[in-house]
Design a protein around this ligand. Sequence first.
Ligand code: 57M
Length: 293
Amino acid sequence: ARLRQFQIGQHIREEGPETHQSKAGTPTMGGLLILVAVVVPTLLWANLTNVFVWVALGTTVAFGLIGFVDDYLKIIRRQSKGLSAHSKLVLQTASALVVGLVLYDMSRHGDYSTELLFPFFKEIRPELSIYFVPFAILVIVGASNAVNLTDGLDGLAIGPVMISAATFLLLAYAAGHAVIADYLAIKYVPGAGQLAIFCGALVGGGLGFLWFNASPAELFMGDVGALALGGALGTIAVLIRQEILLAVVGGIFVAETVSVVIQVVSFKLTGRRVFLMAPIHHHYEKLGWPEHR
Ligand code: 57M
């Protein structure tokens, strides 16, 4: 009600699926509430001497800030254009670069490993060394943008975000526990167990948001939510060395992103569209699938 009172309403693009025009004015920036629900409990319950906790919180807040500026510009300009795609990418890359450098520096003191791990193929562990930095940027910025692309239907982004966060909750705990990590043959990352608290807060904050975002949505998360949550998942994946697994548990984000890449490449090369509209959720909408059953 407060968001509506402050007129934090969504502007809907004219060229989108017709069914979306009725969503105009739905309050957005619900992601701010998710961020409060993630940051406050983490500060209260996590061990604040743990570097990983600060890396996760810092990236989430930094990506949230980028999204906030974008949302804010859209609202005051009363249109769907906020920050330019280029400035968003530069700011995201700069934030992820800090994460990459901090972790690379830790790896040089033996406090962190920059080996790349593959699920199921436990013997293959290439050492990324300095290439870890661009790799971390790719994962974090990629995850942030993939969640943002997915966030176009009620409940579509927050559901998979919670599933991924719940998976990482278990994996972070296991990675931080020498005996369990050894037994499951996953990388032992001392201190990673504290990230389970952050992941738990992501699930809890997401659940609270889903109450209002379930179709018909009374609230959207906005870029402040989508960019921050995606950045958070990417960062957790990097911290606990489970980047490849992120592409599996976040399969919906990958499918949405791949649909955009296919559509854009095909349109540029042949002038023809593969999907009625990308990302793929718009394709199904155009086919007449209802948003919920
Ligand atoms: C933002 N934002 C939603 C809401 C949400 C490269 C290109 C594929 C990029 C892509 C794009 O800009 N995507 C990112 C998607 C928007 O939601 C707001 O944005 C926040 C997330 N950033 O929290 O604040 C709309 O989505 C709907 N919505 C819901 N329920 C929710 O819970 O219904 C969102 C959350 C809301 C609401 O209608 O207004 C969005 O879709 O704009 N661009 C596109 O997706 C565009 N696709 C396109 O241009 N396709 C071409 C290209 C790829 C060649 C093609 O296929 O030919 C389309 N997006 C829309 N209309 N809306 C174009 C038409």
